[in-house]
Every structure is written in C-alpha cells, then in structure tokens.
Design a binder for this molecule. Structure first.
Ligand code: NAD
Length: 284
C-alpha cells in the first residue's frame, strides 16, 4: 500500500511556518480577493481564502464582492486602486469571470508584484525562463503540488514525470517546475495518443484533467508517486480526483487523496505568496 501524502498536514505545517514570518513584519500582510457575480463554487473558494487570511490576521479591504453586471472598466479601476494601495500586498481575482469580461485583460491589470495567484504574464514568463528568485510569484496549485512531492521523498532528478493536463493554472507551470528540479517531463493533454503508454514509464504522475477517476489504477507504474490535482463530483455527490484512488493506492509508492491532498495546499500557498509579497514590499 502506498504512503498517503496528507495535504492537510503539510498545509498546516506551511501555515504554522508563516506565523513567525508574519510576526516579523511591520504591518500585517494585505490580501484583496475580488469576486464578480454569484457563481456558487467561486463563493465557496473565496470564503475559504478570506477565512484563512482572517485567521492569519491579514488586512483585507471591504467591498470586493462585485455584482454580476459589473463592467470591465469598473473592475479594472478597482484593480488599479488596489495596485496603488500600500496596505495591499496581494490581489486575487477569482475565476471564472462573467462572460462579458475579458479574463486576460483583468489578469494583466494586476501589478506583477501583487499577483499572488502567479497568473500575470510577467510571473509566468519568469517561471518559464527558470528564474528562481525568492519572491517569484508561482501559481499556488502547482507550487503546493511540488511541496507534496517533496513530502513524498521522491528524488525528482532524472525521474520520468508525466503531467496530464496543460492548463495555464496547473499543468503547464507544473511541467516547468518539475523540469527545473531535473525531472524528464512529458506533458499529456486531450490530444495525447495512448496516455497509458506514457504512464507506463512514469516515476511521477501529476493528474490535472477534471474527469472523475479517468486514470485507472492499473495504468500506474508500480512504485510511482501520484499527485492528484483533480476535484470532481461523482453522480452520488461525493468528491473524487482524476485518479482511481482505490486501485492506484495498491500500486503507487505514494499518493495524494482527494479531498485532503492538493486542495488544502493551494490555499496555504496563496497565504505564503501573500507573505512573500508583503516581505518584498516592506523591504522596499
Ligand atoms: P482545465 O479544464 O483548464 O484543463 C484540463 C486539461 O486536461 C486540458 O489541458 C486538457 O487538454 C486535458 N485533458 C482533457 N481531457 C483529457 C484526456 N482525456 N486525456 C488527457 N488530458 C485531457 O482544468 P484545470 O483548471 O487545469 O483543472 C484540472 C482539474 O484540477 C479540475 O478537476 C480542477 O477542479 C482541479 N483543480 C484543483 C485545484 C486544487 O486546488 N486542488 C486547483 C485548480 C484546479
């Protein structure tokens, strides 16, 4: 049976480690979480982020829940004001945005030094170039997934890593991070022919597709480390990952559960990015 890499425990440790860094700051870190409209899933994610920030004593500006019919111009004005606000270190715009708003224009409007989600083209470009300064804003989910890989004890240098999914928020940055740790990376996606043949040689599997249990346990190479990023709802309402856990756990060396794996890490890394931004701002 595989080692279960518990994201809740690793997230708790990461958050604990932030407390002493926060206490050394001259003022609390500031995080602005903007939500436009009433998407129910977004509401849950935003609540989790703001609550966690509150518990860490972050400053959070009021009135960032904007109505569905907010124009792009108004949203950009709000972001411009937050970019200039010295109490705000991080700005996060919860996605998806309503269809009438251009997501790219909005993400580009966030100042790169406050881009705690790591989605701005400047931060993505720096990551892709392999520039690893301490204050680089790296997307929270792949950053958290890398921490869980470290926790598993796997040696990434020379390992065969297969990432499934090429989204800008998970798969692509994940592939760059793995390559920078000297893994040999294969990035699979919806047009990949014969996914199983790639998985056969994978020492590390990162699944970020969004399809319930599509990766069968039998496809996992015995002894592989499996990071399951997917969050899916089964027909009976329960939550599962992209990997068929019950069978994969018997073959893998280590595996992350869903829920309780990558999910808690994403929020912990958002808090960490905000502290990193606050430290950088207070050094200036
Ligand atoms: P996305 O829809 O943007 O991307 C999905 C990717 O999967 C695409 O690149 C596509 O090419 C690939 N894909 C689709 N079908 C495939 C197939 N049959 N074989 C191989 N690849 C295939 O999704 P995303 O935003 O990257 O999210 C992926 C999953 O991760 C979702 O379940 C999402 O809910 C979850 N997620 C979790 C967290 C977290 O905090 N744990 C954060 C972000 C996303």
């Amino acid at each position: 049976m595989a080692q279960i890499v518990d994201g809740r425990v690793v997230a708790r440790e990461s958050l604990m480690a932030l407390k002493s860094r926060i206490s050394r700051l001259k003022r609390p870190p500031g995080l602005a979480v903007i939500k436009v409209g009433e998407d129910p899933a977004s509401a849950i994610y935003v609540r989790r982020k703001t609550r966690r920030a509150e518990r860490l004593g972050f400053y959070q500006p009021d009135d960032l829940h904007l109505p569905e019919d907010t124009t792009q111009a108004v949203l950009l004005e709000r972001i411009a004001a937050l970019n200039l606000d010295p109490k705000v270190d991080g700005i996060l715009v919860q996605l998806p945005l309503p269809a009438h708003i251009d997501e790219r224009a909005v993400l580009a409007a966030v100042s790169p030094d406050k881009d705690v989600d790591g989605f701005h083209a400047v931060n993505v470009g720096r990551l892709a170039q392999g520039r690893r300064s301490d204050d680089l804003m790296i997307a929270c989910t792949p950053k958290g997934a890398m921490r869980l890989l470290a926790e598993s004890g796997v040696n990434l240098s020379g390992a065969e890593a297969v990432v499934i999914g090429r989204s800008n928020i998970v798969g692509r940055p994940m592939a760059w991070l793995l390559e920078q740790q000297n893994a040999t990376v294969t990035l699979c996606h919806s047009r990949t022919v014969n996914l199983q043949s790639h998985l056969k040689r994978a020492d590390v599997v990162v699944a970020a597709v969004g399809r319930a249990e599509m990766i069968k346990g039998a496809w996992i190479r015995p002894g592989a480390v499996v990071i399951d990023v997917g969050i899916n709802r089964r027909e009976d309402g329960t939550i599962c990952g992209d990997v068929e856990f019950d069978t994969a756990v018997k073959r893998a060396l280590a595996i992350t559960p869903v829920p309780g794996g990558v999910g808690p890490m994403t929020i912990a890394m958002l808090m960490e990015n905000t502290v990193i931004a606050a430290e950088a701002h207070q050094r200036q």
